[in-house]
Design a protein around this ligand. Structure first.
Ligand SMILES: Nc1nc2c(c(=O)[nH]1)N[C@H]1C(S)=C(S)[C@@H](COP(=O)(O)O)O[C@H]1N2
Ligand SMILES: [Mo]
Length: 360
């Protein structure tokens, strides 16, 4: 190099510049290495047989109509929502889970120790609070993991604790009521549809709490479970305007026909899914234009923790028609038609599509 420019610049950058360069190299190298080791780590995992297996799904959970979302969402199709700019790489071998805070006996577990415990397998529908009416930020998987109530039973939750906080290696936190552990099978999950959790879904471990939106409950790349109080700690999304408590709202979605599809006149199958995880679906109704609400046929229920498929045979007449769906939960509550945005606690309203029926 010639001239005063570069050397002067190098001089001005001085030690700080060199240090920053070295740090970047080291950080990048570490990232690269960790990326490989988390993939290899996941590939080496052999999940044990569950102590409590999920019952086989009745075949009739699937409505025999083409175009309905699969009852069990394949891992590759499962929606992904998180704040991580790059997927955290957490090798199972060095991972630890700490149960801390307002407990009598703090617990630390390695991945091997977690897998050595009796594992429970359960089908649960997970929904994102950001899901708009008719949206696809919802999926059902067969989760495998350690029951959270059993783990916390050993730790001894102190009576003052009213919030369970899940912390991630990436700094994310969720928080939900201690009272949510009312017998429902909340899990420290290690498996998803028969595989170790995919990296994007939280390998090596995450929380799954049936009936609660993901942002308050489903911490991925979980590393700590802290027992605390709602008046002492706000989880990640609370200062950003979202509610601290967020049960999944009753919703239903038309999967087929697609909005603005053109169909032939005559018998047209209309079908989709409805969910009220933790409560269950009691009925689904369809309305064509401004006509009466008509009962759709419900597919079999796997459990109250999962969505339920439904179908309806529509005698379609030529022209432009509006199809609206609404569900009733197992307690008899009817899905409201009052539209509200996802913020602060989940969207409400009824899914409605417009379909064009060809002339005969
Ligand atoms: N570490 C971490 N965990 C997280 C999040 C996140 O941003 N970071 N997002 C939550 C939200 S908002 C949802 S809806 C679910 C989504 O889980 P999935 O990506 O496996 O579908 O993860 C939850 N767990
Ligand atoms: Mo979410």
């Amino acid at each position: 190099m010639t001239g005063p420019g570069p050397s002067r610049r190098r001089f001005l950058l001085g030690v700080g510049g060199l240090a920053a360069g070295a740090a970047l190299g080291g950080w990048a190298g570490r990232q690269l290495q960790q990326r490989f080791s988390a993939v290899a780590s996941r590939a080496a995992v052999r999940l044990p047989t569950p102590a409590v297996a999920a019952p086989p799904l009745p075949g009739a959970v699937a409505t025999p109509v083409a175009g309905v979302s699969a009852f069990t969402t394949a891992n590759a199709d499962f929606y992904r929502i998180d704040t991580a700019l790059s997927v955290p790489q957490v090798p199972a071998e060095s991972w630890r889970l700490d149960v801390t805070g307002l407990v009598d006996r703090p617990v630390t577990l390695s991945y091997a120790e977690l897998l050595d415990r009796p594992l429970t397998e359960v089908d649960v529908t997970l929904v994102c609070v950001s899901n708009v009416v008719g949206g696809n930020l919802a999926g059902t998987a067969r989760w495998l993991g350690v029951r959270l109530d059993e783990l916390l039973g050993e730790a001894g939750v102190q009576p003052r604790a009213d919030q369970i906080v899940g912390r991630s290696v990436d700094g994310y936190t969720c928080g939900f009521p201690v009272a949510a552990l009312d017998g429902r099978p909340a899990l420290v999950a290690v498996g998803m549809n028969g595989e170790p959790l995919p990296l994007v879904h939280g390998f090596p471990a995450r929380l799954i709490v049936p009936g609660l939106y993901g942002y308050v409950s489903a911490t991925k790349w979980l590393t700590e479970i802290e027992l605390t109080r709602f008046d002492a700690f706000d989880q990640y999304w609370v200062p950003r305007g979202w509610d601290a408590e967020a049960p999944i709202k009753l919703q239903s979605r038309i999967d087929t026909p697609r909005g603005l599809a053109t169909v032939e006149p005559g018998s047209v199958p209309v079908a989709g899914v409805a969910w009220a995880p933790g409560v269950g679906i009691g009925a689904v109704e369809i309305r064509i234009d401004d006509g009466p609400w008509e009962r759709a046929e419900l597919a079999a229920e796997a459990s109250s923790l999962t969505w339920r498929q439904w179908s309806y045979r529509w005698a379609a007449t030529p022209g432009r028609h509006t199809i609206t769906v609404r569900a009733t939960d197992a307690n008899g509550a009817i899905q409201t038609d009052a539209r509200s945005e996802p913020m602060p606690s989940g969207a409400t309203g009824q899914h409605q599509i417009v379909v064009l029926v060809r002339s005969a």
